[in-house]
Design a protein around this ligand. Structure first.
Ligand SMILES: C[S@@+](CC[C@H](N)C(=O)[O-])C[C@H]1O[C@@H](n2cnc3c(N)ncnc32)[C@H](O)[C@@H]1O
Length: 178
């Protein structure tokens, strides 16, 4: 895959690990706990916006959970620079997004929200050639991005989602600069 993308003139920029909590163990292997987003660009990225994620707090007491090696006071109050390990994304297959009638599980909108904000400005065009449940398109609609999509299998769920039946938002508190 990497060699193929390179042959198309794409440049590798980032390997992003998205942590997942619910994954079945595989005998004789390490327990899988992430999946990967491979970030390629054709030449220099046209748009790459700095994202800051909120200072992490305890969901029970509200207190901050890290002291950042004693450098907390020197940190930007808008948040921490986005890292290449994302552990703040809701589970992909949370029961709330499963339904006997649905053939595709809805991805967390937070992933696409972050990807779209990082790599495009309002008005720019996003192509997702693997429509699935249409998460990318739903996020683009909400964030004023133009989009192009295709799906080889079923489109009814995408239409339903875009018509307002199933856009489930996961709150995203990222701070976007620029
Ligand atoms: C994991 S889903 C993608 C999730 C999606 N990007 C979203 O925002 O929800 C992958 C989808 O790609 C579709 N697919 C696979 N091969 C395809 C092809 N050659 N052309 C169009 N769609 C394809 C599959 O049917 C499947 O629904």
């Amino acid at each position: 895959m990497g060699a193929y993308l390179t042959s198309l003139g794409m440049e590798f920029r980032h390997w992003i690990a998205v942590e997942i909590s619910a994954c079945l163990p595989i005998p004789g292997r390490l327990h899988p706990s992430h999946y990967s987003l491979l970030y390629y660009t054709k030449g220099k990225a046209k748009t790459f916006r700095r994202i800051r994620t909120p200072i992490q707090t305890c969901r029970h007491c509200g207190g901050e959970v890290k002291d950042y090696g004693g450098h907390r006071d020197a940190m930007n109050p808008k948040g921490v620079n986005l890292k290449d390990v994302w552990s703040d994304i809701p589970p992909v297959r949370h029961w709330k997004f499963k339904s006997r009638d649905r053939r595709a599980n809805a991805l967390s909108t937070k992933i696409l929200d972050r990807v779209v904000e990082m790599s495009t400005c309002p008005g720019e065009l996003v192509l997702d050639p693997f429509g699935g449940s249409g998460t990318t398109y739903a996020v683009c609609e909400q964030k004023s991005r133009r989009w192009l999509g295709m799906e080889i299998d079923f489109a009814a769920e995408i239409v339903e989602r875009l018509e307002g039946g199933g856009i489930l938002n996961h709150k995203n508190d990222d701070y976007v600069e620029g």
